[in-house]
Design a protein around this ligand. Structure first.
Ligand SMILES: Nc1ncnc2c1ncn2[C@@H]1O[C@H](COP(=O)(O)OP(=O)(O)OP(=O)(O)O)[C@@H](O)[C@H]1O
Ligand SMILES: [Mg+2]
Length: 366
């Protein structure tokens, strides 16, 4: 449905060129929900605007359906209103002097998607029904809650039945509770309508909840693309591990194992650690071990028979209701761990931290 190849876009300013998007490629198959996830300034909005036709890329190729809408060097640049995409901006961009109905009807009456007058009413009503605002159609736009305004802008993007929906942080202005509700509604709606969706957010939880596929971006590049499960459980890059969820990082070198360890282990300042080494990683190589706080097991008694178990002291302990978050000092390291909320454990306690070998990801050090 959407194919982006080697997309590049810089902005030129008095202080020089800002390389916003530096050669990214991704595809969205029909009906798939893909999220661009990354920190502020990494190029998400720029990518979305290039797809919508609101920015002209420096180079690359963009296809919507099978039609090229931008091909550098071939002079192909389809204007926004011919691309058949619906877009919701972070700011909603709804018109305060119009009613809900007039806002949603706007693209059909004034925009590039003009429809016969007889159809307008029916299509606007249908779009408003989809977002649950049929009863409010005559209300002036300012007399709506944030969540309702957000729905108006969604209805306006859906009213001409786009093949592709582009959403730029559409939930960021809502309070936490409403945001969570709208997330689920939004996903259900686009799945029901079988619309392919390109979504932008810097909120990792939102990306995990909504997406079929996540592309993690940093400084104009896509570092990893995969399902939420792959991105979270198998990060291939330290940035991805750190940006999506929390992670512990320990550097070390691959060395021969001893004392009952497997053939090769990773020597770290914490001690030797067993982990699964992929065939790409060679002996002697410098690596970064990555593991999640929730995979760390905190024992209150010594565990002589278990590998990857290190003594430590609970330096900080935060009760979070559904679990306890701990910072554990072990030698020079401060490890992040979690334990069951009912565990009897105090700050200053001597503990033994176990890092299960299967849950340690071994990444080449950067
Ligand atoms: N119109 C512009 N003129 C100059 N530089 C721009 C312009 N728009 C964006 N940039 C720069 O391009 C880079 C990427 O910006 P972009 O808006 O795509 O980031 P983003 O990932 O959407 O960030 P955010 O999460 O803050 O919205 C940034 O360094 C930004 O300062
Ligand atoms: Mg942005």
């Amino acid at each position: 449905m959407l194919r982006v190849k080697n997309l590049r876009k810089s902005y030129f300013m008095s202080e020089g060129a800002v390389p916003a998007v530096q050669g990214i490629s991704f595809d969205i198959d029909e009906g798939v929900f893909l999220t661009l996830l990354g920190p502020s300034g990494c190029g998400k909005t720029t990518t979305l605007r290039c797809v919508a036709g609101l920015e002209t890329p420096d180079s690359g190729e963009i296809y919507i359906g099978n039609e090229p809408v931008f091909l550098d060097g071939k002079g192909i640049l389809v204007p926004p209103f011919r691309r058949g995409v619906g877009m919701v901006f972070q700011s909603y961009a709804i018109w305060p002097h119009m009613t809900v109905f007039e806002n949603v009807a706007f693209p059909l009456v004034h925009g590039g998607f003009k429809a016969p007058k007889a159809q307008v009413k029916e299509r606007v009503r249908k779009a408003l029904e989809l977002v649950g605002l049929a009863a409010q159609e005559n209300r002036p736009a300012p007399f709506l809650s944030g969540g309702q305004q957000q729905r108006v802008s969604l209805a306006r993007a859906l009213v001409y039945e786009p093949k592709l929906l582009l959403l730029d942080e559409p939930l960021s202005n809502l309070d936490a509770k409403l945001r969570e509700e709208m997330r689920l509604e939004l996903r259900e709606l686009v799945k029901r309508l079988k619309i392919s969706t390109l979504y932008v957010t810097h909120d990792q939880e939102e990306a995990l909840v909504l997406s079929d596929q996540i592309a993690v971006m940093s400084e104009g590049h896509i570092l990893q693309k995969g399902s939420p499960r792959e991105i979270y459980l198998d990060p291939r890059h330290p940035f991805v591990a750190n940006f999506v969820g929390n992670a512990n990082f320990i550097e070390g070198f691959v060395e021969p194992g001893k004392n009952g360890h497997p053939d090769f282990v990773v020597g770290t300042a914490l001690g030797q650690m067993s982990c699964r080494l992929s065939s790409e990683i060679a002996k002697g190589e410098r690596v970064s071990l990555v593991f999640r706080p929730e995979d760390v097991v905190i024992h209150t008694t010594a565990q002589s028979s278990r590998v990857n178990t290190f003594p430590g002291i609970i330096e900080r302990l935060i009760f979070l209701g559904n679990r306890i978050y701990c910072e554990i000092r072990s030698g020079a390291f401060l490890l992040h761990g979690e334990t069951n909320a009912r565990t009897e454990i105090q700050q200053g306690a001597n503990v033994f931290v176990e890092i299960p070998a299967d849950y340690v990801r071994v990444l080449r050090a950067q």
